[in-house]
Design a protein around this ligand. Structure first.
Ligand code: ZN
Length: 348
C-alpha cells in the first residue's frame, strides 16, 4: 500500500520544531523566532501558536501570514538547506514517499529581502543565480533525505501567479532545463488578491510553454478560490494535474471533461476546510458528499495531499484517515495515486 503525498509545499512543511532548531543554530534574530525582551529563542510550542491557523477562514491572508512568518527563517542558503532537509525527513516519516513543491521565486525573493537586498534592483541574471543556489540546496537536502530515509521524494518547481516581474521570472525559468533531471515537473500556485484570484498571466503561460519540452509535467492550482470556469481555462494548457479543482463539482460538463482528458485532481481535504469553508459547505450541500467522493463518482482521477501541514495543523496520515472516514473509495484512490506516481517517475 503506497501512501504517497502528491500535493505538498516546502514552505508549509517546516515544522515548529525544525524552525526552532534552525533559528537557534543560524542565529535568526527575527521577532517571530527571537524574544528580544527575554533574550531567548522561542520554543517549538510557542512557534506553533503563531505558525498554525487557529481555525477556518475565507480570508486566505490568514493562511498566508503563517507562511510569511515561517519564511523569516530563510536567512541564508545554509539555513534553507537545513530547513529543507528536515522538511523532507519529516515528510518521509509521515508517508511512503511524496512530491514536494518548491516556490523558487518566492524563496529567492524572501532570502534577498532577509539579506536587505532590493531584489527588483538586482539584474535578472543575478537573481536567477541566487535562485539556482537555493534550488541546488533544496535538491541536495532531498538527496540526503532519500539516503537517510530510503523513501522516494520528488521535487516540483512552482511559479507564483503573483508574477511580480516578467524579466526575473524569465531568467529564473531559463536555468531550469539544466536541472531537469532532478525536477519532476512545474506548478502554478499563489495567493492573489483582486477580482480574479486564479489568474494565468499571458507571459507566465509563455514561460511554461517554453519549458515544457524539457519539463513536461504541469500542475496548476485552480478551482479553489475561483469557480469551475477557472478549471476550464486551466485545461487549455493541458496540465497533467490540477491542485484542488474541487469546484469542478459545480459543473457536470467540467467533470466530464476532466474524466475524459484523464487529468488528476489533487485533493487536500483539511486545506479546503480551512481556506474555503463557505464554498466547501455549498459544494457538500449540493452533492450530498465531500468533493473527493463526488469527483470519484464522476470518474475523475483523484490523489490526496496535505498541502501545507504546518499552517494547516495536519499530516498526510490525518488526510488519509479523514478520507477513509468520509467514505472515499480507498481502493480507487490508491489506484489513482499509483497511476499518477507512474506518470511522474516514468518521464524522468
Ligand atoms: Zn497547494
Amino acid at each position: 500500500m503506497a501512501r504517497l503525498d502528491l500535493h505538498r509545499h516546502l514552505e508549509g512543511s517546516h515544522s515548529p520544531a525544525a524552525l526552532a532548531a534552525v533559528a537557534q543554530a543560524h542565529r535568526v534574530m527575527d521577532p517571530v523566532f527571537f524574544d528580544a525582551a527575554a533574550k531567548r529563542y522561542r520554543t517549538a510550542a510557542e512557534l506553533s501558536a503563531v505558525l498554525t491557523m487557529a481555525g477556518p477562514s475565507d480570508d486566505a491572508m490568514v493562511f498566508y501570514r503563517c507562511i510569511t512568518k515561517a519564511r523569516a527563517a530563510y536567512v541564508t542558503v545554509d539555513a534553507i538547506a537545513e530547513l529543507a532537509r528536515l522538511a523532507f525527513v519529516e515528510a518521509a516519516h509521515d508517508t511512503d514517499g511524496f512530491e514536494m513543491r518548491v516556490s523558487l521565486f518566492s524563496m529567492t525573493r524572501t532570502l534577498l529581502d532577509n539579506e536587505g537586498i532590493d531584489w527588483r534592483a538586482l539584474p535578472p541574471v543575478a537573481f536567477a543565480e541566487r535562485a539556482r543556489a537555493i534550488l541546488l540546496a533544496v535538491l541536495g537536502a532531498r538527496d540526503a533525505a532519500v539516503v537517510s530515509e530510503s523513501k522516494p521524494m520528488l521535487v516540483r518547481v512552482g511559479f507564483s501567479r503573483t508574477f511580480e516581474s516578467e524579466a526575473h521570472y524569465e531568467a529564473m525559468a531559463s536555468i531550469l532545463p539544466e536541472h531537469k533531471a532532478a525536477i519532476c515537473g512545474l506548478d502554478v500556485l499563489g495567493i492573489v488578491v483582486g477580482p480574479d484570484k486564479e489568474p494565468m498571466p499571458a507571459a507566465l503561460r509563455r514561460i511554461l510553454e517554453r519549458l515544457r519540452p524539457d519539463i513536461p509535467d504541469l500542475t496548476i492550482h485552480a478551482g479553489e478560490f475561483e469557480d469551475h470556469s477557472s478549471v476550464e481555462r486551466t485545461l487549455e494548457l493541458q496540465p497533467q494535474g490540477i491542485g484542488h479543482g474541487v469546484r469542478s463539482v459545480e459543473s457536470d460538463a467540467t467533470l466530464a471533461r476532466l474524466a475524459n482528458d484523464g487529468v488528476t485532481l489533487e485533493v487536500c481535504p483539511t486545506s479546503n476546510h480551512l481556506l474555503i469553508p463557505t464554498v466547501l459547505r455549498t459544494l457538500e450541500h449540493r452533492r450530498g458528499v465531500t468533493p473527493l467522493r463526488a469527483l470519484q463518482q464522476a470518474h475523475v482521477h483523484c490523489v490526496l495531499g496535505s498541502d501545507d501541514p504546518t499552517p494547516m495543523g495536519t499530516t498526510f496520515s490525518t488526510e488519509w484517515a479523514r478520507a477513509e472516514a468520509n467514505g472515499v473509495d480507498m481502493v480507487r484512490l490508491e489506484a489513482d495515486i499509483d497511476r499518477r506516481w507512474q506518470q511522474l517517475v516514468s518521464r524522468r
